[in-house]
Design a protein. Structure first.
Length: 248
């Protein structure tokens, strides 16, 4: 369905990003995986795509919070695989604490990666997409960006911020054929959620009407839809993937 399209997935070495990278490869994309530190994980995902799926995948180590690094990465991806058609802004971190204990530097760091990272990547690919009059940008927000969450003021700001960024860039790029949307996952089983205490996990589970946690593939399937031509009349919106969590 996406044969020959070039997809850049930030934070593609683990969790949701890894599932998105594999899904994109299964649909025929040439896949660029970005990550910041886990070389082994990134190599394993690329090997799986190249050897098992007989796809095309390359890895790019870069901190998305640093504009210069992002510019160089995007240039390199274009040289290696071709101009980027699909950008998935998935890289994200948490530094949780209640507001009274939340350090300003932890506020800044989470903002730099989660929002500034997406901003840097969008800026770096936008011109190329506008020229081609085609592009799909998908930002990974979170249910907590809509509900708030105790102990995550910094993270919640970034995830609401990505929704505003999505709407604004969708408006700015619509006339050039570039679609910009967000996906807001609920509680998905990855290393990010693994580190939460059991009582928090149980409390979360009680808030999910479907009664179970999501898998990275549940998010990847929706990202794939937004990346495909089947969603061409959708822009500026957020799709929730949370087992009904937002309703309760
Ligand atoms: P994860 O397992 O912790 O993986 C995070 C990924 O982001 C890794 O690939 C990591 O690379 C990369 N990354 C972190 N900082 C980076 C930076 N500065 N530059 C480039 N890459 C960076 O996280 P996840 O649970 O899959 O979450 C993925 C996204 O979904 C995040 O934006 C998260 O906020 C969002 N989300 C997750 C959930 C959930 O329940 N899991 C729910 C809602 C939203 P390394 O491997 O090199 O460290």
């Amino acid at each position: 369905m996406l044969n020959g399209k070039v997809a850049l997935i930030t934070g593609g070495s683990r969790g949701i990003g890894k599932a998105v990278a594999i899904k994109m490869a299964e649909l025929g994309c040439k896949v660029a995986i970005n990550y910041v530190s886990s070389d082994k994980n990134a190599k394993e995902v690329a090997e799986y795509i190249n050897n098992e799926l007989k796809g095309i995948c390359k890895i790019y180590k870069c901190n998305v919070a640093v504009e210069e690094e992002v510019k160089n990465m995007v240039k390199q991806v274009s040289e290696d695989l071709g101009d980027i058609d699909i950008l998935v802004n998935n890289a994200g971190i948490t530094k949780d604490n209640i507001i009274l204990r939340l350090k300003p530097e932890d506020f800044d760091e989470v903002f730099e990666v989660n929002v500034k990272g997406a901003f840097n990547c969008i800026k770096a690919v936008a011109r190329g997409m506008m020229k081609k009059r085609y592009g799909k940008i998908i930002n990974i927000s979170s249910v907590v960006g809509f509900t708030g969450n105790v102990g995550q003021a910094n993270y919640v700001v970034t995830k609401s911020g990505l929704v505003g960024l999505t709407k604004t860039v969708a408006l700015e790029l619509a006339s050039r054929g570039v679609r910009v949307n967000a996906v807001a996952p609920g509680f998905i089983e990855t290393e990010m959620t693994d580190k939460l205490p059991d009582e928090v996990k149980n409390e979360m589970l009680n808030r999910i009407p479907l009664g179970y946690f999501g898998k990275p593939e549940d998010v990847a399937n929706v990202v794939a839809f937004l990346a495909s031509p089947e969603s061409d009349y959708i822009t500026g919106t957020t799709i929730h993937v949370n087992g009904g969590m937002y309703l309760s």
